[in-house]
Ligand binder design. Structure first.
Ligand code: PMP
Ligand code: GLN
Length: 409
């Protein structure tokens, strides 16, 4: 979030900080914006619409399955690729929802959340400091940090308010012979965009033309409000060059469990495993069993969570509009981006606005600049991300507080 003076840090940290702007003004590595905002909410007692985590538990079947696995003694290291029941459940899930056939023993890998999947994938697939990773900006904070840790170059394609679809010309210019990976987060955090079929097809076409690999982050795959999610790996020509990443955190409202996965061609999955085994080795054995139970829940569960979140999105959107924001209605994810320009004081930007919001309105939200590289922040200076994954009464109370803020001038 901050671009500050460079302390004398060892190499990897220095690259991370330079690449991702992760230094506080006094020159120390800062906590992530999510940790910072949640700490701010705790300190001020404000409603936390900042960090994206639900304030209710997920399905009882999944919680019970975790308890049952612990009671059954599933408490030691899992096999390196993941417990076989989960590998099979991931493979069956990909087939049930997307028609993708995967060999659970060779084409699936369980990771410590999508975060480790992203880190291990990027570290495994980057070859040289000349390699470029194309990402859509604003982007989830871990992307720039992992690309910097891997010693590669980040190339950004801008997404602009209010529809946040990339311009195809910008995309084509970003993908070159230096592009090693195109990292696609669809549905997209922080904007809530779901990429159009045209954009997805263009990503595949450019990757084929430049012989780049595609890495997808699909953690919000079941939280879409229109047509069902389409994984890029299902497009013609994509499967052989795509690693797909997801996790159980969002789908089962269990963000603290950190069970994620990578699927794709066996040699690429093997490459990710070679790195992953030295990051965490393995994790969360009983939770792996529980997420396997979750992935086998009936279709009605998956449509139900999207319906519930859609009504929360609508409630939040109405509240933000009533408070005077311009709102981009998201097509998926936990998040809604609003333009605070009508509410900003002279000379104030969204970062100032968010810093003052807990005191002024008792609400925490995140400025979109926190998801952009320092050089590109000027594109997003009046935009704010609000999380809708909270109880209805919490969203209603936050909306009422924001409306009072607006009427107080
Ligand atoms: N990618 C995106 C786009 C996210 O929003 C998040 C946050 N949960 C993650 C990855 C990390 O997922 P996990 O908690 O499974 O590591
Ligand atoms: N994905 C969550 C968000 O965007 C936060 C995850 C984290 O704190 N690393 O708010």
């Amino acid at each position: 979030m901050y671009a500050g003076a460079m302390p004398d840090l060892p190499g990897a940290w220095r690259r991370t900080a330079q690449g991702a702007g992760l230094l506080s003004p006094d020159g120390v590595a800062a906590p992530t914006v999510f940790a910072e905002m949640t700490a701010l909410a705790h300190r001020t007692g404000a409603i936390n619409l900042g960090q994206g985590f639900p304030d209710e538990d997920g399905p009882t079947e999944v919680l019970d399955a975790a308890r049952a696995a612990i009671s059954a003694g599933e408490n030691q290291y899992a096999p390196g690729r993941g417990v076989p029941t989960l590998l099979e459940a991931i493979s069956a899930h990909q087939h049930r929802f997307y028609g993708v056939a995967l060999d659970p023993a060779r084409e699936v890998l369980v990771t410590a959340g999508a975060t480790e999947a992203l880190a291990a994938t990027i570290l495994a697939l980057i070859d040289s400091p000349e390699d470029e990773v194309v990402v859509f900006e604003p982007y989830y904070d871990a992307y720039a940090a992992c690309v910097a840790l891997a010693g590669a170059r980040l190339v950004t394609v801008p997404l602009r308010f209010p529809d946040f679809q990339p311009d195809l010309g910008d995309l084509a210019r970003a993908v070159t012979d230096r592009t090693r990976l195109i990292l696609v987060n669809d549905p997209h955090n922080p904007t809530g965009a779901v990429f159009s079929a045209e954009v997805r097809a263009e990503i595949v076409r450019l990757a084929e033309r430049r012989d780049a690999l595609i890495v997808t982050d699909e953690v919000y795959e079941h939280l879409v409000f229109g047509a069902p999610h389409t994984p890029i790996a299902t497009l013609p020509g994509a499967a052989e060059r795509t690693l797909s990443i997801s996790s159980g955190g969002k789908t089962f409202s269990a963000t603290g469990w950190k069970i994620g996965w990578v699927t794709g061609p066996a040699p690429l999955v093997d490459a990710v495993l070679t790195v992953k085994q030295f990051l965490t080795y393995v994790n969360g054995t009983p939770f792996q069993h529980a997420i396997a139970a979750g992935l086998a829940l009936p279709d009605a569960f998956f449509t139900g969570i999207a319906d519930t979140l859609r009504s929360k999105r609508d409630l939040l959107g109405d509240g933000l509009r009533a408070a005077g924001f311009d709102v981009s209605d998201p097509a998926g994810t936990y998040f809604t981006v609003a333009d605070a320009a009508p509410l900003l004081a002279e000379g104030e930007d969204a970062a100032d606005f968010c810093r003052g919001l807990p005191e002024r309105a008792g609400v925490v939200a995140i400025p979109l600049t926190a998801f952009a590289s320092p050089a590109n922040r000027s594109e997003y200076t009046s935009l704010v991300r609000f999380a809708a994954c909270k109880r209805v009464e919490v969203i209603a109370e936050a909306s009422a507080r924001l409306a009072r803020l607006a009427s107080a001038g």
